[in-house]
Design a protein around this ligand. Structure first.
Ligand SMILES: N[C@@H](CCC(=O)N[C@@H](CS)C(=O)NCC(=O)O)C(=O)O
Length: 217
């Protein structure tokens, strides 16, 4: 059995949900509420699974020895290698480098600056209120999307890299959920907006949206 420890609004968990759907993998979802009770990611039970106190974490109990994996990108590569055909990461060295670079533009350079614990800390040390926190997030998303739009206008076909889905689409769509949530308009990003529309028309992406998850509130 595969168990995904995640949270409906976590964009890193959303990436993994998309891939579980793309690979048609049955799994159990265990909710780790990031806000309730001071954040269930800090509980003793979750600490035993992932001392980083971040979601997602995957437990793969289909193997003889249970496997516990943190970090959404590692989880996705594992799922794609073990249960898929590794095509999300590209087929050639050049394609793989291109796909990883674009995915990292999102998951290393945009997403961490928007993370809950980062903005909570801004509240603690700089007295940021909700509006200033949202402004912070829009700032870093805008800088990231400005560059990404240029890059994707060169690489995209139907999806971010050519005409096949890749890890880049899997990272982009959850980041766009955050963009909408915090008020970044996609009007100045026509390539990104067109890819979003095409991806969300696919059941694997549409079924992974936060509002459709059992723990959505
Ligand atoms: N690099 C990690 C990032 C994970 C991450 O930042 N998760 C966020 C939700 S999207 C989280 O658990 N935040 C909890 C917190 O900030 O306290 C990954 O890709 O899995």
């Amino acid at each position: 059995m595969l168990i995904l420890h995640g949270y409906w609004r976590s964009s890193a968990a959303y990436r993994v949900r998309i891939v579980l759907n793309l690979l048609d993998l049955t799994h159990e979802h265990r909710s780790v509420h990031l806000v309730k009770n001071g954040g269930e990611q800090h509980s003793d039970d979750y600490d035993a699974l992932n001392p980083s106190h971040l979601v997602p974490t995957l437990e793969d109990k289909t193997k003889y020895h249970p496997v516990i994996i943190s970090q959404s990108m590692a989880i996705i590569e594992y799922l794609d290698e073990v249960f898929g055909d590794s095509c999300l990461i590209g087929r050639t060295a050049v394609e793989r480098a291109q796909i990883r670079a674009l995915a990292q533009d999102i998951c290393c350079d945009i997403h961490p600056l928007n993370n809950l614990r980062v903005v909570q800390h801004l509240g603690d040390i700089a007295s940021f209120e909700a509006a200033e926190k949202a402004q912070w997030m829009r700032h870093w998303m805008t800088i990231g999307f400005d560059a990404l739009e240029q890059k994707l206008s060169q690489s995209a076909g139907t999806y971010c890299v050519g005409n096949e889905l890749s890890l880049v689409d899997v990272c982009l769509i959850p980041q766009l959920y955050n963009a909408h949530r915090f008020g970044v308009s996609l009007a100045q990003y026509p390539t990104i907006a067109a890819i979003e529309k095409r991806c969300l028309a696919l059941p694997a992406f549409a079924d992974a949206v936060p509002e459709k998850q059992a723990d959505a509130s």
